[in-house]
Design a protein around this ligand. Structure first.
Ligand code: NDP
Length: 317
């Protein structure tokens, strides 16, 4: 690609459901969007096995397949989908500047940020192994809990997400064991109480995960350690859920875009996708600590494209 500065109407950063939906809408509106896929083309859904809750797929679909279809749909309308990622931006002027990893400079009239968020994991070797194998490690109970109906699961974390997900799992699973590393929850009292009052949730305080156990293909249990007594025990389970928080992928925008205290992009005006920088919009999990679903990301992707289209129309007067 030439090192000349490229001028574009609409630059979309990120390729999850938010980015691809924005690309479909922007391309159909003749905005000739250019989309950079980022480090993980297809986004978080590419680490999910089966997606059963996205409307329109009565038989379900795998995450990677769904993302390939969204990409194809965007390409059908000639969205320019590129493998590569944006490493730097400058949103200080009316033209929004961005640079790719190879140093290619892009000047965009509008930018849609759809860089998503990444679930945090413990980083244990076997956790990563079974996650990659699709063998029983997940960071999303709403996505994957259904596959563990009637089975025993373990969830690690003590915040609102962990409590919400443990409660969700308790309705599907025979037993849920919750691993809390301190002697108290971080979650709000109401969420913690709900977990404490659910009979099939067993809470182990002062407990850390030592290892994820398995048969080479699927998870069979979790080795845990009481960090007060030092005692190690094995908890049998078929599903290991990690709910220790998410990290929005917003680092490169922080000098220009208003973020909340944990790094999520703040919407300038509720009910829109506007950020504090005119012409820069945000869609999907980069601004959503709450819902974090493919369908909600797709919805805000559509909104961002419509907002960008209106902004361009006003520019062109
Ligand atoms: P939080 O950062 O609030 O909680 C993370 C939890 O994971 C903490 O309990 C932390 O333990 C634990 N943790 C972190 N690292 C490890 C580790 N290595 N091993 C074991 N445990 C670990 O993240 P959440 O995703 O729960 O929530 C994020 C935000 O979203 C919060 O503001 C929350 O209130 C909000 N939220 C609100 C909901 C609602 O109101 N319905 C639902 C979900 C989220 P420790 O406490 O010891 O630090």
């Amino acid at each position: 690609m030439s090192q000349e500065i490229e001028q574009v109407n609409c630059l979309i950063i990120g390729s999850g459901p938010a980015g691809y939906t924005a690309a479909i809408y922007a391309a159909r509106a003749d905005m000739k969007p250019v989309l950079y896929q980022g480090m993980q083309p297809g986004g978080q859904l590419t680490t999910t096995n089966e997606v059963e809750n996205f409307p329109g797929y009565p038989e379900g679909i795998t995450g990677p397949e769904m993302m390939a279809q969204l990409e194809q749909q965007a390409k059908r309308f000639e969205a320019d989908i590129r493998f590569g990622f944006i490493t730097k931006v400058d949103f200080s002027g009316p033209i929004h500047k961005a640079w790719t990893e190879s140093g290619h400079e892009i000047h965009a009239k509008t930018v849609i940020i759809s860089t998503g968020a990444s679930a945090k994991y413990l980083g244990l070797e076997n956790e990563q192994k079974y996650l990659a194998l699709g063998g029983g490690v997940s960071a999303c109970a709403v996505c994957d809990g259904f596959f563990y109906r009637g089975q025993e699961t373990v969830i690690v974390g003590a915040g609102d997400s962990a409590c919400e997900e443990a409660h969700y799992l308790s309705k599907l699973c025979k037993k849920v064991t919750m691993l809390v590393r301190r002697d108290e929850f971080r979650a709000s009292k109401i969420m913690a109480d709900r977990v404490k009052n659910t009979p099939n949730i067993d809470i182990l305080f002062n407990t850390e995960t030592v290892d994820v156990l398995g048969d080479g293909n699927v998870v069979t249990g979790v080795r845990v350690k009481n960090n007060v007594s030092g005692e190690e025990t094995d908890v049998p389970c078929t599903g290991f859920f990690v709910a220790i928080g998410h990290q929005p992928n917003t680092e490169i925008f922080k000098d220009y875009i208003n973020l909340d205290e944990t790094g999520y992009i703040k919407y300038e005006k509720p009910g829109t996708t506007l950020t504090n920088v005119p012409g820069v919009f945000v869609a999907g999990d980069a601004a959503d600590r709450n819902y974090r679903q493919a369908i909600t990301a797709a919805g805000t992707g559509c909104m961002a494209a419509l907002d960008a289209e209106r902004y361009l129309a006003a520019l062109e007067g």
